[in-house]
Design a protein around this ligand. Structure first.
Ligand code: PMP
Length: 404
């Protein structure tokens, strides 16, 4: 017998920084949509590591790509070229339709890359005076946790104690195209947004908002940059969430699922007109575009297409959303979502999202509370209808118990 949940959690607390408050389970194994804890209990994964495990745990094709590549070549740095990177870049371009990609590792790094691209584009191409570029962002955004990025967060918890922050960002209400138009100045380089706010609480903007933002940005020569780290690669029922509105942003940020749930891989995608601002030596990272990451990401993009996971997310997401919306329980205020990215807003006067998440966990359904009021349901896209039915029944039972 190995160490118990309590022992492992004590060691984590003793030797690890306390920058998380994990729910009281210790996982040791995952397969598809299922996870097992160290006590042998099984859980349905309904959060997919914030949408990063879209392909399910240990997808055989991805594990094969990872292990084969690990056994041949894992890292050279970009001082030299490797034979796997072109494959990932070609597949990204073919699937997403952009001229070029700049590969990095985590979501925040790809956001930083987009910010750098937008600023340099504003100086070198738009003609903004050096040092004056502005980027417009949305209230309740989440783009990562670097000092620059938390500096333009509207969430006190992310910012408190970490300043000073760099200038050059303006925040407007999410979903308000008039506010975007009003905030634009001749120095505006870009509008950086999430098509659906994930960490902000699964916030879906009003119909027509994104298309109007695209028009406004085009009219003012401002780059439209979509952070699709959480929403991209099939999560919402299209390859990109922006596709729902027929909008093609000037720049797209991908992360999370791009690494197949196996390792961190992210990228900033744009056409040559923007990407030309980068020159040798002005941006990069030791691990960005490494052969191991490239082999897995290339395979992940193939699996996404071969298994039609975006279509699957659309069909199953519509079904799941309707079933969740049909649950009659006084604790539920609203269920909203697109594809398999769904938020259930609870009446916090009666139950907090954390308490509800713990009640679900006790019944073998693993989810995540987002803020005080929202439960997030974002299972791997490989989930079956029967598994979703089980989830609905489990959620229904748990909420009935909590309401009584
Ligand atoms: N952008 C969005 C929209 C995200 O949801 C996240 C992570 N939740 C990030 C960026 C940051 O990604 P990472 O944690 O890999 O830095």
């Amino acid at each position: 017998l190995g160490p118990t949940t309590a022992q492992l959690r004590d060691r984590e607390q003793a030797y690890g920084a306390h920058n998380y408050a994990p729910l009281p389970v210790v996982f040791t194994r995952g397969e598809g949509v299922w996870l097992w804890d160290v006590e042998g209990r099984r859980y349905l994964d309904m959060m997919s590591a914030y949408s990063a495990v879209s392909f399910g745990h240990s997808h055989p094709r991805l594990v094969k790509a990872l292990t084969e590549q690990a056994g041949s070549l894992a890292l050279t740095s970009r001082a030299y070229s490797n034979d796997r990177l072109p494959l990932m870049l070609e597949r990204l371009s073919a699937l997403l339709g952009y001229d070029q990609a700049l590969p990095v590792n985590t979501g925040l790094e790809a956001v930083e890359t987009a910010i750098k691209a937008a600023r340099k584009w504003a100086y070198k191409i738009k003609g903004v005076t050096d040092g004056q570029a502005e980027i417009i962002v949305c209230n309740n955004n989440f783009h990562g946790r670097s000092t620059t990025i938390v500096g333009f967060s509207s969430e006190a918890q992310y910012r408190d104690g970490f300043g000073p922050f760099p200038p050059g960002f303006r925040s407007i209400p999410f979903g308000d195209a008039d506010a975007l138009e009003a905030a634009i100045t001749p120095n505006t380089a870009a509008f950086l947004f999430e098509p659906i706010q994930g960490e902000g609480g699964i916030n879906i903007p009003p119909a027509g908002w994104l298309a109007r933002c695209a028009e406004i940005c085009r009219a003012h020569n401002v780059l439209l940059i979509a952070d699709e780290v959480q929403t991209g690669l099939g999560r919402t029922g299209h390859i990109l969430a922006c596709n729902h509105d027929g909008v093609r942003p000037d720049g797209v940020i991908l992360g999370k699922a791009l690494g197949g749930g196996l390792l961190p891989v992210s990228a900033f995608l744009a056409d040559e007109a923007v990407m030309q601002v980068f020159h040798p030596g002005d941006h990069g990272s030791t691990f960005g575009g490494n052969p191991l990451a490239s082999a897995v990401a290339a395979e992940a993009l193939s699996v996404l297409a071969d298994d039609k996971l975006a279509e699957r997310s659309a069909t199953l997401g519509t079904y799941f959303l309707a079933r969740l919306q049909a649950i009659d329980n006084p604790l539920i205020r609203e269920v909203r979502g697109r594809g398999l990215l769904i938020g259930m807003e609870l009446d916090t006067q009666r139950v907090g999202a954390r308490v509800a998440a713990e009640a679900l966990l006790a019944r073998g359904l693993m989810t995540k509370d987002t803020h005080e009021s929202v439960l997030r349901f974002a299972p791997p896209l490989v989930i079956t209808k029967a598994e979703l039915d089980w989830a609905v029944e489990t959620i229904e039972d748990a909420l009935t118990d909590l309401a009584s």
